[in-house]
Design a binder for this molecule. Structure first.
Ligand code: PHE
Length: 347
């Protein structure tokens, strides 16, 4: 029996050394020290021994068990350390490898300019408001003093939804003026950006969908001087102190007097030609039309329940694309809508 115990011990120690992972080591433990293990089997034979031999062998068996258990622990710690080392080696990160470049998108250039314009007017105390793109003809035309039969109502210019021409895609942001004034008494100071729609063929300066920014101020004692001040502030902030602008008399049914505001062409600097050719940005005009404006017509005020003897106001409608073209110095409106990343990423 002594030899038997010695043999079990030697084989077990060898098997523990040979085990390459915790699972293999555990298998050795079960095989030798488990309930049905080799050592247990030997102990069951103890009954056959003589009374003198029994305690001696019992003692020896216990020593063997203790030795094997100690070795199991040692080997287990060793294997665990190896496993950790292997894992760390496998997971090692090479911090010197160049990173993958992640390209960040950014706001559309037109939205950037819109944001600038909004901030300038918010700084002057304006509130940003919104209005519907599908609009009633009453708001888009009638209540803006645009009479029946006016050319801008023509079916060749306006997208109507039905045969009686009562519902349409708004052709301007000016109906928002009415929506604000019928709901609010002065003082009013609002800015309303949005999409507008006209049956225009697309060319370098026209598109069937474009953006306007409507402005409206109504209060006691508002004059054309306030209008000029607000718009000059906008243009100088946007284009720089040396920007050249002109106010040109014009006609709108809903403002009186009315004007249009142009900026000097940034491409030809007002000469109308570039290298002997007609300037393609301003078509030889030397000026780029930016917006329409004027003093709110008393009829429009009264139609919204605002006392035109007590209050006066000004309004303006900016062409956002035109303004962005001047601000960002590109000369074809279609670039804004093409969404060509080579163009967009320049801003
Ligand atoms: N709505 C006009 C247009 O689309 C612009 C405008 C707005 C003019 C406000 C005067 C006052 O041309």
């Amino acid at each position: 029996m002594r030899e038997e115990l010695e043999r079990i011990k030697q084989q077990a120690l060898e098997a523990m050394q040979a085990a390459q992972d915790i699972a293999a080591l555990d298998a050795v433990r079960v095989r030798v020290l488990g309930k049905k293990g080799e050592l247990t089997a030997v102990l069951k034979q103890m009954g056959k021994l003589s009374a003198e031999e029994r305690p001696v062998m019992g003692q020896l068996a216990n020593t063997v068990r203790a030795e094997l258990e100690a070795e199991l622990e040692t080997r287990k710690t060793e294997l665990e350390a190896n496993a950790l080392e292997a894992r760390l080696a496998a997971e090692a990160v090479d911090v010197t490898i160049p990173g993958k470049e992640i390209s960040m998108g950014h706001q559309h250039p037109m939205n950037k300019v819109l944001q600038e314009v909004k901030e300038i007017f918010i700084g002057m105390g304006y509130t940003i408001v919104d209005g519907p793109e599908v609009e009633e003809a009453a708001y888009n035309f009638t209540r803006l003093n645009i009479e029946e039969g006016h050319p801008s109502r023509d079916r060749s210019d306006t997208f109507y939804f039905d045969d009686d021409d009562s519902v349409l895609l708004r052709t301007q942001t000016s109906p928002i003026q009415i929506r604000v004034m019928e709901n609010q008494q002065p003082p009013i100071r609002i800015l309303a950006p949005g999409r507008v729609f006209r049956k225009d063929e697309a060319d370098a300066t026209h598109s069937p969908m474009f953006h306007q920014i409507e402005g409206l101020v109504v209060d006691e004692g508002i004059t054309m001087g306030d209008l000029k001040g607000a718009l000059e502030t906008l243009i100088k902030r946007l284009y720089g102190e040396d920007a050249v602008v002109r106010f040109r008399p014009h006609h709108f049914p809903f403002t009186e007097p009315s004007c249009e505001v142009d900026m000097q062409c940034f491409k030809c600097h007002g000469t109308g030609e570039v290298a002997g050719q007609v300037c393609s940005t301003c078509h030889g005009e030397g000026w780029i039309e930016l917006l329409g404006a004027g003093m709110v017509h008393p009829k429009v005020l009264e139609g919204c329940g605002i006392d035109s003897k007590k209050y006066s106001g000004f309004a303006f409608g900016i062409g956002l694309e035109r303004m962005a073209m001047g601000r960002l110095r590109f000369n074809d409106l279609r670039l804004i809508f093409d969404n060509d990343i080579r163009f967009l990423s320049q801003f």
